[in-house]
Structures are given as C-alpha cells and as structure tokens.
Design a protein around this ligand. Structure first.
Ligand code: ZN
Ligand code: ZN
Length: 386
C-alpha cells in the first residue's frame, strides 16, 4: 500500500491504462489519481487498487460520465444515483462475503443458453474502473467546479426504497420505455425499477404491451414522443463524453449484416457453429421491447440465447446498441437470407434512469428530485451522512 504524505493534494499517475475494454471505444490513456495505491499480484499481473473516499470517487465518476457544463440538476440527479449504486454495491458485497450464497448467472440446456452479467466478480476491491461498473478515470478529468458543486451539494444523499438503498441503474437511452430489472439481470422484482413511459403525459403515449411482438414491432418502427427522442447535439453532448456526431441515432437505429458477416460473427462470439443463419426469431421481450430471448436458427444448429447483454454480444463485434430490435430478412434465396437488417431502439439495457431523457428533463426545468421520481417509482432521497 502506497499512501501519499499529503492526502488532499497528493497525486500519482498510472501510464497506459486500458479504458472501454471490449467496447468500440477501447483505448489507452495515462491517468492521474488521488488517495492511496495498493498493488496486488494476481495471475502474473499487477493490479492497481486506488483507495479513495466515496465523495472524491463520485467527483471523478460524474466527470467521466458527463461533461461539467451539463445542467446542474442533471449533475445532481446523476450524483445521487451513482452514490446509491456504489453504496448498494458495497453493502451487497459485504453481505455476500459473510454468507455462502452464490449467484446463478447462467442457465444452459440443449435448447437454450441464458446468461446475465453482474458485478459479483470483484472480490479484492469494491468496483472496477471500467464501464463494467462505472467509468472511473482518476482525477484526470475531475477538476470541473460544477461537478464538485453537485457532489458537495448532495453529500451523503442516496435514493432509498423501503428503508434500503436503491440499486440505482442507468443507461444511455431507454428508447421510449424504461426496462424492468428482472429482464436484464437476476429474476428479482425491484418495485422502483419498473416500466416507465419516458414521457410526461401518460395519456398521450400508446406504446401498449411491448412484450407482445406486434406492439414491439410497431413501437420500434415508429418514433414515439419521449424525453429521450431528441437529436439536440448540445443535450446529447452532456451525457455522451467524447461524443462523435457520426453516431447520433440511438433513439432509433439501423444496422445491416451480410449472411457471411453474421454467420462468422455469431460463430466467433458464441463459440458455436450455427452454419448459415436462416432466421433470428424473437422468443421473449421485456417491458421496453428489449429481447430477453432470441432464437437463432442455423443450418447446423438452433439455439435460444439470452438475456439482453448476451444477445448484444453475439450480434456485434463490440456490443449492439440494445436488444430492442426487429429483424428483416433480405434477399432470401432457397430459404437462406442474403442479409439481415436490424431496426432498433435505444442504447444500453434501458433500466432505471435514461441519461438522454434525464438531460432533456433538466433542460425543460425539472429538478433533480423530479427527474429521479420519474425514473425510480416510489423511491425517495435520503441523507445517509453529512
Ligand atoms: Zn466492475
Ligand atoms: Zn428514455
């Protein structure tokens, strides 16, 4: 353990840290940190663990996730969910450490491969620095006074439901309807992570039951009114760090693969040779229209894959924007499609706070309390410490 002599101003730099591991923005950068550095040797690699206070960690995370010139109410809302998520995570790990409970993350049969991902795999530290947990880049970007103000102004505040800290999730863009927790992770019902129409006026939205295929098709092909249905570059920039204009269509998006591309992609990502891909059939959708189970029919193999992140992993060289998509087979010859067109909605798992929707709400004058109430039904803000 290396501790700075001056805990407030002491800084150290780690060179060539890999960020965005496995995502299309993967790259290396030098990062500066405050607090202490613990070095651990695991599997021939040196692991660096930064020991830092919750509030200082948050200043860094909010700075990495969002730009300092975002609306103050958006920054406060995001600070509270990031703090809630972190403290809930630490509580959960501490509880697990004292018990023999293990989490089942995988379900495999001849017909089905269902897997989900969560953060139970950190044992030596609370959270990792990558997108897997929350993007943490040390103090490299954390000097913005607006972010410091949002964190200091909400010190100790978390979202609570029934006296417990909420497992406050968030993603980039829900696509119009917020997904429920159990469709992305373990089959547990969280009352505050329920379906939400990302719209101020429920009477005006008619997306219907998106678990029903016909409704999902109509919804994904349409462009329903929603907080996150925006192409306002200024707003998008608030929540998309290093945002590039070339990829601004995440409320609704399209992607096309040739037969060769998709067959080799699925073979590579799943480790299973399906032969030629004959069809991709929606089996189960969640509340937001996201696919929870998808049947892949190939000339050599047929298998159902889930949940949403595994579907996104198998169908893209990095991660597909979301699993809320419909599939159009094109140039079908002798039953074999020449290409597949994906029409999709949203970016990310869509559970909890919709970052683009929240940015729009803040720009329309909603307070951070109103934003959090909109996405986390029945939850309230409580101060845990001063
Ligand atoms: Zn992690
Ligand atoms: Zn949204």
């Amino acid at each position: 353990m290396l501790e700075p002599q001056d805990p407030v101003h002491g800084r150290f730099t780690l060179r060539e840290v890999v960020i965005g591991i496995g995502f299309h923005w993967e790259q290396k950068e030098d990062q500066e940190f405050q607090g202490a550095l613990k070095l651990i040797l695991t599997r021939g690699e040196i692991q660096g663990i930064n020991v830092i206070s919750v509030e200082d960690y948050l200043i860094s995370v909010i700075s990495s996730e969002m730009r300092g010139d975002s609306s103050p109410e958006l920054l406060k809302a995001h600070t509270i969910i990031s703090r809630s998520w972190l403290l809930a995570q630490i509580e959960k790990q501490d509880a697990l450490a004292g018990s023999n409970d293990s989490y089942e993350l995988e379900h495999r049969t001849e017909e089905e491969y269902i897997r989900w991902y969560d953060r139970e795999d950190h044992e030596l530290f609370h959270v990792c620095a990558d997108d897997h947990c929350q993007r943490y880049q040390g103090t490299t970007r954390s000097h913005n006074p607006e972010v410091v103000k949002a964190v200091r102004g909400t010190t100790g505040e978390v979202l609570e439901y029934g006296g417990r800290i909420c497992d406050a999730r968030f993603s980039k863009c829900c696509g119009g309807v917020v997904e429920e927790f159990q469709y992305c992770w373990e089959p547990v019902l969280h009352p505050y992570l329920k379906r939400v129409e990302d719209h101020p006026d429920l009477a005006k939205v008619q997306s219907g039951d998106l678990k029903v295929e016909a409704n999902a098709v109509k919804f994904i092909q349409g462009s329903p009114e929603a907080f996150c249905n925006t192409t306002d570059a200024g707003l998008l920039r608030q929540v998309l760090n290093d945002y590039d204009q070339s990829s601004s269509d995440f409320f609704r998006w399209e992607l096309s693969y040739s037969q060769e591309e998709i067959a080799s992609l699925i073979r590579e990502k799943s480790g299973v040779d399906f032969g030629q891909i004959l069809d991709l059939v929606p089996v189960e959708r969640g509340e937001s229209g996201r696919l929870v189970r998808l049947k892949i029919i190939g000339t050599k193999k047929t298998l159902i894959v889930g949940k949403e992140l595994e579907i996104r992993r198998w169908l893209s060289s990095s991660h597909l924007y979301s699993s809320a998509f419909i599939i159009v087979k094109e140039q079908v010859k002798d039953g074999v499609p020449g290409s597949f067109l994906f029409r999709g909605a949203g970016w990310g798992h869509g559970v909890g706070l919709c970052q683009i929707g929240a940015a729009v709400m803040a720009s329309q004058g909603y307070t951070h309390g109103e934003i959090l109430n909109h996405y986390f039904i029945g939850a309230s803000i409580k101060k845990r410490y001063e």
